[in-house]
Design a protein around this ligand. Structure first.
Ligand code: ADP
Ligand code: ASP
Ligand code: MG
Length: 485
């Protein structure tokens, strides 16, 4: 069996959903030839798919903005969103489902779900308050709608298929908006629900992105979390591989929207993929790697619109290429916070207190750098958490500020992290020089460099307006568009 996930663009409309149904049908018939060059699919002994789907592209954004506006006593936006949801999902049903009877029953289901969405938003509107728990409930509707469409499209082609709510499979903690699975309970439920369906030859179409607490309250795994859903289910079902179908040929040397000549990487390691996704390569949700690594399950990233392309395999083994760098990513919308003062020199525990203060606010730090003279410590956080972080630091260092041991606590907004990723980066001399050379010759100022970063990653901070140019410059000067392997 193979767990395979289709992303938002892959289920973005009737035509795309028909393409998904075509891929699944071909797979079931054993007619999908992904790797004519090398038979990596030899581990796959049967052709039993378990499908995981994202919401139609743009739908989760629409749901979230509807919920937010309802929480701000706007009674109009969520009604418009409901209209839009009905239109988009109805159009797919009308195109893909032939019989009037089957159409009617599916349209009824869609209307009922959209009606539930409206009622929930109405309640949020009346309360005038949106909780994290309420937001997850609203955000879950996109996948609940799309799973029904994909299952119906498969049935139209004669494939027995059934939409399955992941709230009955994935048991999570109650960290709404970024819930974590409780793997033991999830494994038990997933197998209890899905294995009987598979035994009778039915293809399950599971809602990505969502789960539920042990008490049954809906949660979400974080934006882009359907990849993670697929990895969780793949691990629970002992899938020999996990396939992520998306709208590009695989993991590329850079985001193709920024670097048009970016090249598909045939194979990368778990560590490299984790680093690329953590530092902004949206093609894979950062947590996806975790369940795969634990059970040694290879991932494959594939293009829904070029189903015969072999894509990228993500595996345990590391194969450094000739220039040691596999890819370049960037994350924008960040702030660089600096705590500086001569009185910090040689004082033990400053860094510990600093990061405890930031962590106490629930703010995660993406990158840290400290000057060797210890006169300052810099770290990078998401821009929207800047004011909160500064306030927490001012409070934590009140005494030092009064004594002038800490002179200044300040933030530079609108910065980006550029991450240069590859196994073997640390062992290959001269990579840093080439990276900084690429930026220097183009007049791009480097604001900060990460000290002691992971062995896969060299990260640096530039102004946000320079981020795309910086990625292009490094990509070009390191010949990433041309190097094989
Ligand atoms: P899906 O809806 O299928 O989950 P996403 O939009 O989440 O798709 O992720 C795919 C997108 O990720 C691509 O269209 C591409 O623009 C972007 N991306 C960013 N960095 C990379 C990269 N290094 N390789 C491939 N795609 C990337
Ligand atoms: N639909 C969700 C999102 O847009 C999850 C996903 O697409 O992976 O974030
Ligand atoms: Mg995605």
């Amino acid at each position: 069996m193979i767990v395979m996930k289709f992303g938002g663009t892959s289920v973005g409309g009737a035509e795309q959903i028909a393409q998904v149904a075509e891929i699944v049908t071909r797979f079931r018939q054993g007619n999908l030839r992904l790797s004519s060059a090398e038979d990596h699919t030899s581990r796959i002994t049967d052709h039993v798919p378990v499908i995981v789907v994202s919401a139609m592209s743009g739908v989760t954004d629409l749901l979230i903005s509807a919920a937010r506006s309802a929480g701000q006593r706007d009674g109009e936006t969520f009604r418009q969103a409901a209209g839009e949801l009905r239109r988009r999902h109805r159009a797919v049903v009308e195109t893909l489902v032939d019989s009037a009877g089957r159409q009617a029953s599916l349209l009824w289901e869609i209307d009922a779900l959209v009606g539930d969405f409206e009622n929930l938003c109405q309640a949020i509107f009346v309360l005038g308050e949106l909780t994290a728990r309420g937001l997850d409930a609203v955000a879950s509707f996109g996948e609940r709608l799309s799973a029904r469409l994909v299952a119906a499209a498969l049935r139209e082609r004669g494939v027995p298929a059934q939409a399955v709510e992941a709230t009955n499979l994935i048991v999570t903690d109650d960290n709404y908006g970024a819930a974590s699975p409780l793997m033991e309970a999830t494994r038990e439920r997933t197998r209890a629900v899905l294995l009987p369906l598979l035994d009778e030859g039915t293809t399950p179409v599971v809602t990505g992105y969502i789960g539920a607490t042990a008490e049954g309250t809906t949660t979400t795994l974080g934006r882009g979390g359907s990849d993670y859903s697929a990895a969780i289910l793949g691990s629970c079902l002992d899938s020999p591989e996990i396939w992520i179908w998306t709208d590009v040929d695989g993991v590329l040397t850079a985001d193709p929207r920024v670097v048009p000549e970016a090249r598909t990487l045939p194979e990368i390691s778990y560590g490299e993929a984790a680093e690329l996704s953590y530092f902004g390569a949206r093609v894979l949700h950062p947590k996806t790697i975790l369940p795969a690594v634990e059970r040694g399950i290879p991932l494959r990233i594939l293009n829904t619109f070029k189903p015969d392309h072999p894509g990228t395999r993500v595996v345990a083994e590391e194969q450094p290429n000739t220039c040691a760098v596999k890819g370049i990513t960037s994350i924008k919308g960040l702030s660089l916070v600096t705590v500086e003062g001569r009185g910090m020199i040689g004082v033990p525990g400053i860094a510990a207190r600093l990061f405890a203060a930031v962590a106490g606010e629930g703010i995660s730090v993406l990158m840290i750098s400290q000057s060797s003279s210890e006169q300052n410590i810099c770290f990078v956080i998401r821009q929207e958490t800047t004011a909160q972080a500064l306030a927490a630091l001012e409070a934590a260092f009140e005494l030092e500020r009064a004594r002038r041991n800490v002179d200044r606590i300040w933030a530079q907004e609108d910065v980006a992290i550029i991450a240069v990723v590859g196994a073997g980066l640390k062992e290959t001399p001269g990579v840093g020089a080439r990276v900084f050379g690429a930026l220097g010759t183009r007049g791009i100022n480097v604001i900060s460099i990460a000290q002691g970063s992971s062995k896969y990653n060299l990260s640096l901070v530039v102004g946000e307006e320079d981020a795309d140019d910086a990625v292009r410059a490094i990509h070009q000067d390191l010949w990433l568009g041309e190097i094989q392997g």
